[in-house]
Every structure is written in C-alpha cells, then in structure tokens.
Write a protein that binds this ligand. Structure first.
Ligand SMILES: [Zn+2]
Length: 392
C-alpha cells in the first residue's frame, strides 16, 4: 500500500455496478464518480484555475504528448512540476501520450522498443518508450500517471487487436519497473486495451488488473465505434477488474456517457467534449444540449438554464451569452466553458448522491429519458470536423 494514494468505496448500488468512492492523493481528496476537465496544454481552455475550483473541479487532466513537445517536460520540471507551473494546487492526472502518438498515423512507427514519431509542430523525431514516458511524467509531476499503451484503430482485425494488447501488456510491466526510480508520490494506473474483441477486453482487464497498479484506465474506447459497442465491451471488462481499484474510462465524458458509465462500474471520466462543444455554442441543460447561438435565446432574460448554480447563469442572461457567442467575443468562451464544466461536475455530484442514498437506477432512467443527446449523425460530423481541424 502506498502512503501517497488510497481508494475506499463509500457505497455500492445493488441494482447496477455503480459505486461511490473516495480517493486520496498528495494534492487532495477526490470524491467519485468524478468528471475531470481536460487541460491539454496545461490549461483548461479559457478557464483559470480559480474558476475551475469555483466550478467544483477536484482533479484535472493534462496531456503528456503536447507538453513534452511544448514547452518541454524539463522546463516544467524546473518550475517544480505542473502544479506550480500552471498554478493549480489540486490533483492532476497525465496521460501517457500514447493516444496522441497513435493518432499521428503515418508520422509514427511502432516497434517493441516503443513508438517513434515526428512532432506535428516541427517534424522533429522523437521516441517514446515505456521507460521514457515514466521519466517525462515524473518531470511533469502529476499525482496520477499512465503508462505508454497502444490504442488500436477502429475498425481493426482481431489479430491486430491481439498484437496491440499483448504489446501493451509487456509495456505495462516495463513501466512498472521503470517507475521505481522516480517519484514515489506519483501513482501509476494501468491501461486496459483489447480493442473491440470482448474476449481480449476480458483478458486485458484481468491481466492488467492483477498487476500492481493502484488503479485502472480503460483505453481505446470512444475512438469512432458506435456507443452501444462501447457499453457492450464494458460488460466484459468491469467484472474482470478488481473491486478495490478505481476505474477510469479514458476520453469519455458527455453528460449521458457519465450517467451510463457510472452504472457500468466506472469511477472517473475525462473528455475535452464539454469545453470543446461550449466553444462552438453547445451548452448542456437537463433537457439536452442547446445551441446558445440559436434565435430562441436572443431576448431571453433568464439564465442559460433555470436553476443552474454556475457563475455564468448566476450573473448573466441567456440573451447576453447569446450575444457574446454570436459576436465571437472572448468572454463567451470563458462563460460557455464554465457553464458546461459546472454542469458536468454537478452531474457527477448528483450521481454520487444517488449512489449514496440508493436511488441511482431511478436517477439514471429519469436523466436519460429527459436528456436529448446530440444524435449519432451529428456526433459523427463533429468528429470529422475536429479530426480535419487537427490535421491542419
Ligand atoms: Zn450555468
């Protein structure tokens, strides 16, 4: 048992796999289920650490790939790590960079040693290995860190899925050994892979779950497969995971995903979606996602959502937020992001309360019945747009 990390289960739902827990890290306590806002470049876009804190953020995520390239992990280390560099004194989780590297396509080359790639910024060559990722993440100094893994593409063959999973397992063992020489106060989670093969998912959950990792991240999902397939795969993953370790569903985090994922036994979620859609005008309400730029808000004197306790809704009319969004004013990005982040964190809090008082299944069913998510078609179009934007 590490003196720097613990996870205790406070309540479990008898009618589903939902549970409420408490995690202790060197930078504070996290009550689960929890949503983690994503600060790709050591900043949650357009929102200050004080505003994040006020919105109820307990832990944020930062991206190793982006930060190792710019400004560089050594520079961040010279500032005492991410916490002091970015002025956020709460818990931080860094991913391994694997996902971004595998998204680079032709710019990367895989071998047993690691992943060689060319920077999307200047074309400079880099090599990520399970060992170098542990060093880079030690320099970044997050509370929870992830090992290098291989995220198979969707779709992929069963053979490709198996090869990627087995190499991810060997890399997990190498990461555990390499981690020994760095900061003991950092906690290493394992990553479950297995692509879209139920048997491989089960095998990976059991293999990685039994290694001495303090928690488990489920990787390789929400990469373009239908939502139903993702939930179906979790049916194989969750029962194979040890009960006592926290479970993180990597890169997943729309409101409906959070509500359903909790029932599938997941404790932690992260996604750029809430802040990204906010910047495009998409704001969350209990009835679903609305477009603040639409004409219906032009003369709306009330807030974006009646009863919302976020800074935006407490202080500004929907008409004003609509005006800022239409004129693409800087303040809009901040106000829109704050509303969506607060929505996600309040949702996580309500999920936790429902698990604690034994009403989670009813809460889930009511939420899903009322909330109208973006349709599969709309999501697909958005994903294509974002992927195109990333390539440029
Ligand atoms: Zn609000």
């Amino acid at each position: 048992m590490s003196p720097f990390f613990s996870f205790t289960i406070d309540a479990e739902c008898p009618g589903s796999w939902a549970r409420a827990g408490t995690m202790q890290t060197p930078h504070g306590t996290i009550r689960t289920p929890i949503f983690m806002p994503v600060g790709t470049q050591a900043t949650v876009k357009s929102v200050s650490p004080e505003e994040l804190r006020a919105a109820g953020a307990q832990i944020i995520l930062a991206n190793t790939y982006h930060l190792m390239l710019r400004p560089g992990s050594a520079l961040i280390d010279s500032f005492g790590g991410l916490h002091s560099f970015m002025h956020w004194d709460g818990p931080i989780l860094t991913d391994s960079g694997g996902f971004q590297v595998f998204s680079l396509g032709h710019l990367r080359k895989l071998s047993e040693e690691g992943a060689a790639f060319k920077s999307h910024l200047d074309g400079s060559p880099h090599l990520l290995t399970p060992e170098s990722v542990m060093r880079i993440e030690a320099e970044l100094g997050a509370d929870i860190i992830l090992p290098l893994d291989i995220c198979a593409a969707h779709p992929c063959t069963a053979v490709e899925a198996k090869v990627a999973m087995e190499r991810t397992h060997r890399w997990a063992e190498r990461a555990l050994i390499a981690k020994e020489q760095y900061r003991p106060e950092q906690t290493l989670f394992g990553i479950v892979q297995g692509a879209f093969e139920p048997a491989l998912r089960q095998e990976s959950a059991s293999f990685v779950g039994n290694l001495p990792f303090a928690g488990l991240s489920i990787g390789g999902l929400s990469v373009g497969e239908p939502k139903a397939m993702m939930w179906d795969l979790l049916r194989y993953v969750t029962p194979a995971l040890p009960r006592g370790k926290p479970r993180h569903l990597l890169g997943v985090g729309s409101p409906e995903d959070l509500v359903i994922g909790v029932g599938m036994g997941m404790d932690m979620f992260d996604c750029v979606l809430p802040t990204r859609v906010a910047r495009h005008g998409g704001l969350f309400t209990n009835d679903g996602r609305v477009n603040i730029k639409s004409a219906r808000f032009r003369v709306e004197h009330g807030p974006v959502e009646e009863g919302c306790d976020c800074y935006t809704c407490q202080n500004y009319s929907a008409a004003y937020v609509h005006h800022l969004a239409r004129t693409e004013e800087q303040l809009y990005y901040r106000l829109g992001s704050i509303h969506n982040i607060r929505f996600m964190l309040r949702l996580a809090q309500r999920l936790r309360e429902s698990i604690m008082d034994g009403t989670y299944p009813a809460f889930r069913d009511e939420f899903i019945a009322r909330y109208i998510p973006a349709s599969e078609k709309v999501r697909e179009e958005q994903r294509e747009k974002w992927q195109a934007a990333r390539r440029t």
